[in-house]
Design a binder for this molecule. Structure first.
Ligand SMILES: [Zn+2]
Length: 136
């Protein structure tokens, strides 16, 4: 399972790599839930992960925050190119609006709707929050 062919020693996967892998998987899960996991969107996630790898190398204490940060990076990148993501599944009426990550800089990030004032789902769990059934 763990390949260590590069350096030939028994290095386990570092907590940094684990956190980055987890962040990538969580954000991709939410993108799949929102049906926006197109090839170029996936590459936005890759890009965010690469940038956050650099960031965590500068600031190892930030390792717990990586999932929330990657989610926000991807959200920003999507806003420029596609529009709001993820749309709030809680508020049935009114203007469509995006969820926010909270805490912006902290462990255990969640998607929240500020309009309704509710925590919608953990980052990575949007699929189950929406009930898994498309409303159309
Ligand atoms: Zn809402």
């Amino acid at each position: 399972m763990v390949k260590s062919a590069h350096n030939g020693c028994m290095d386990p996967i570092s907590p940094l790599e684990q956190a980055l892998h987890a962040a990538r998987a969580l954000v991709l899960a939410d993108l799949v839930a929102g049906e926006v996991a197109e090839a170029d969107v996936v590459s936005m996630v890759e890009e965010a992960v690469v940038q956050r790898r650099w960031w965590v190398e500068q600031w190892p204490d930030g390792v717990e925050y990586v999932s929330g940060l990657v989610a926000q990076d991807v959200q920003d990148a999507l806003l420029e190119r596609y529009g709001r993501w993820p749309l709030c599944p809680v508020c049935g009426s009114g203007d469509p609006h995006a969820l926010d990550v909270e805490p912006e800089l902290g462990p255990d990030p969640h998607w929240v709707c500020h309009k309704a004032g509710v925590k919608v789902a953990a980052v990575g769990a949007l699929g189950s929050a929406a009930g898994g059934t498309p409303s159309s």
